[in-house]
Write a protein that binds this ligand. Structure first.
Ligand code: NAP
Length: 279
């Protein structure tokens, strides 16, 4: 089993340097995929109320046989529950579905700025942490302006911001903001959803040079950028491949070559947190 390095969070806890994405891992098949992943060394699991697989996460954890305290289980609050009381209930329901006593990390899934309730949602997450329902709290898809608002209103800095990130969208400004505030960046769609990105000649060349797969090169790039990638893979073979990124290093020249892939608007699905509504 691969030993994944642990990274410190600003609240004194830690997260593994890579996690498992679970969007579309549902039901019995999802349980088997997640259980395989946990046994092979994925100790950070990314779920969400809206993925409808929190039950599968809990079942996979119970079957995997890895001590609960070694795991970092994540879920996310949907936009329809941003009101304070509703958010707390949503977190309780989320625990009941997973049959867990606590989540290690709970995130506000999207800011939904037009609804203007994300500060209330954040106050609910702060309270959920005080009540022991969650250990660490953070956000997802929050732009610096949204983070500024949360911090000004509550004085509580999120531990994590999970954002879309891959070589087409390296998130320079966002990561600079995170660095100043001690927020850890998690990368969603880290391998570009396994599509066009993995055919890029620049990446194929680097992969050939290291005798690695292109997915491994991209995931190693995230690690060296200081972000935590959460690739989703259903099969044990791809899960193991994606985990194998801690025994080689990209040179400064290779990192610079990957940087040439950045696009002005690299969002794969055009989901802009300033306008996107996800309920
Ligand atoms: P991704 O992890 O970049 O890519 C997943 C796709 O790549 C799947 O189709 C997978 O297929 C394939 N794949 C996995 N490993 C591969 C490999 N080594 N070689 C080739 N193909 C490979 O995309 P994602 O699922 O969009 O993002 C990852 C996770 O981020 C999600 O699952 C979810 O947990 C989270 N997420 C969060 C947000 C948010 O708003 N916070 C948004 C999107 C996603 P198989 O599974 O068939 O192997």
């Amino acid at each position: 089993m691969i030993d994944v390095p642990m990274l410190p969070l600003n609240d004194g806890t830690t997260l593994p340097a890579i996690g498992l994405g679970t969007y579309r891992l549902n039901g019995a098949q999802g349980v088997v995929s997640m259980m395989d992943a946990i046994r092979s060394g994925y100790h950070l699991i990314d779920s969400a109320v809206n993925y409808e697989n929190e039950g599968a996460v809990g079942e996979a954890v119970r079957r995997a046989g890895v001590p609960r305290e070694h795991l970092r289980l994540t879920s996310k609050l949907p936009g329809r529950h941003h009101g304070y009381a509703e958010a707390l209930q949503a977190i309780e329901e989320s625990l009941y579905r997973a049959q867990l006593e606590y989540w290690d990390l709970y995130l506000i899934h999207w800011p939904n700025p037009r609804r203007a309730l994300y500060v209330e949602a954040w106050q609910a997450l702060i309270e959920a942490r005080a009540r022991g329902l969650v250990r660490s709290i953070g956000v997802s898809n929050f732009l610096p302006e949204h983070l500024d608002h949360l911090i000004t209103e509550t004085d509580v800095v999120p531990s994590v911001n999970q954002v879309e990130m891959h070589p087409y969208l390296p998130q320079h400004a966002q990561r600079a903001y995170h660095a100043v505030h001690g927020i850890v960046t998690e990368s969603w769609s880290p391998i570009g959803r396994g599509r066009e990105l993995l055919q890029e000649p620049v990446l194929v060349n680097i992969a050939e040079h290291h005798t690695r797969s292109v997915a491994q090169v991209v995931l190693r790039w995230h690690v060296q950028m200081g972000a935590i990638p959460i690739p989703k893979a259903a099969s044990p073979a791809r899960q193991a491949e994606n985990l194998g990124v801690f025994d080689f290093e990209l040179t400064a020249e290779e990192m610079a070559a990957v940087a040439t892939l950045a696009r002005t608007d690299g969002r794969l699905l055009g989901l802009d947190p300033a306008t996107h509504e996800e309920l």
